[in-house]
Design a protein around this ligand. Structure first.
Ligand code: SF4
Length: 407
């Protein structure tokens, strides 16, 4: 009882619980306008419902709305006269639902629904321009690959531009994040993204991040930065070499674990501090292995992002290390210490609401005071485009001349 009440009272512990277990909608919540809108969008794009929710202390979380399978660990969202609460049957806390952006319901000139082109997570607009990934066609898909990624049709540049424009105009996103699978070529797939990056850079004052597979040579890492990308992710997913091969057979066999480290190390030299990130999914390997991975990546100048493993409905990956929120909390304190030790800025990962990040570590007893952190969130929104472009020109010129590019 006491433990259940303590979890509800600590927004960081509650965030961990909601991320891993999701939430069930009470009848009262179903009657609210925000939930009705979110359900309608979910139905139109045929994906399971996810909600952006703000917990006390301005802690942002993206949660899956799902059937509660374990009656003892069920979280329920209730609506009491327009005020939302999360309860676990023992205690409750007030939460705020972020309504889906209005642009989701618009269509492009070609007739495509904007919600099918891009979706927001916190202040990111995530777009997967092409569903092509050779891991999929060669039967080497990552075990955590979601059905949506496997079915994503190609998107035209015009459709993407119209979606970006609508999202920026509404103020629903500040960061445009492009996601791409793997191609068996020197560039690893990034080449497919370049026309989209250029088009967005030419038309809008927006920061761009990408998630891709490491290219075969460092020239493509440099070219990615030169093309205007502001933040880059090559996701390792787990640090343990054996588990890496089991959950990401394509990454292991067609790219190689070493190539992830080499490309990340190169990117960390070329991009600004904190702008190169890599996922280590909590719950797919023993905690000690995740901690080793955090230390290794941070030492390279790479910011580890730590999503919690969420089994996909009908997903292949069902076995994982089940961890309590109390067992997970020290991982974020460790992350905070690793970022501080390596003087890495956490301003980019502060915007990933789907992961718990170093900025939440103070809620677990970490050292970084809240007030020190919040200004970095807001200043990150004010990255000066002129300064970034100047930096990029200097960095690319240094790379061309084979001069050192370290920060
Ligand atoms: S890289 Fe992995 S997760 Fe991404 S689309 Fe390919 S198989 Fe799926």
């Amino acid at each position: 009882m006491q433990k259940k009440a303590a979890i509800i009272e600590n927004p960081a512990l509650l965030k961990l619980e909601l991320l891993s277990k999701g939430v069930r909608l009470d009848k009262s919540a179903l009657k609210s306008e925000e939930i009705a809108q979110a359900l309608e969008i979910g139905n139109r794009v045929s994906v399971p419902l996810e909600l952006d929710m703000i917990l006390p202390g301005n802690v942002l979380v993206n949660i899956a709305v799902q059937e509660c399978l374990d009656k003892d660990s069920c979280y329920v969202l209730k609506n009491d006269n327009g005020e939302f609460y999360i309860t676990n049957g023992v205690a409750k806390t007030r939460v705020w639902i972020v309504p889906p952006p209005k642009f989701y319901n618009q269509t492009t000139s070609s007739g495509a629904l904007l919600a099918k082109i891009g979706r927001t997570y916190g202040n990111y607009l995530l777009i997967t321009p092409s569903g092509a990934c050779e891991f999929l066609s060669r039967d080497m898909a990552c075990k955590y690959c979601d059905v949506e990624a496997k079915q994503t049709p190609d998107k035209s540049i015009d459709d993407v531009l119209e979606t970006v424009e609508a999202a920026l105009k509404e103020g629903a996103a500040e960061y445009i994040c492009f996601n791409i699978g793997y191609a068996d070529s020197e560039d690893g797939g990034i080449k497919q993204l370049l026309p989209y990056i250029k088009a967005v850079k030419d038309s809008f004052n927006a920061l761009i991040c990408i998630q891709a597979q490491p290219p075969a040579s460092d020239e493509w890492v440099d070219m990615t930065y030169a093309a205007g990308v502001d933040s880059l992710a090559y996701n390792l997913e787990v640090f343990d070499p054996e588990i890496f091969g089991l959950i990401a057979p394509g990454k292991k066999r067609l790219v190689g674990r070493d190539r992830y480290f080499k490309a990340l190390a190169r990117a960390a030299k070329v991009f600004p501090s904190g702008a190169v990130v890599s996922n280590l999914i909590i719950g797919l390997e023993p905690v000690e292995s995740t901690l080793k991975g955090i230390d290794a990546l941070a030492a390279f100048g790479v910011v580890p992002t730590l999503p919690l493993f969420r089994p996909l409905p009908n997903g292949e990956l069902t076995s994982y290390v089940k961890l309590s929120p109390e067992a997970i909390a020290p991982i974020f304190i460790h992350l905070e210490a690793a970022l501080n030790k390596n003087k890495l800025s956490s301003s980019w990962i502060n915007h990933f609401n789907i992961v718990v990040n170093a900025i939440d570590a103070h809620l677990f007893g970490g050292q970084t005071p809240v007030k020190k952190n919040w200004p970095s969130i807001f200043s990150a929104k004010k990255h000066n485009k002129l300064a970034l472009n100047l930096r990029r020109r200097l960095r690319v010129r240094a790379t061309d001349n084979n001069e050192p590019t370290g920060l």
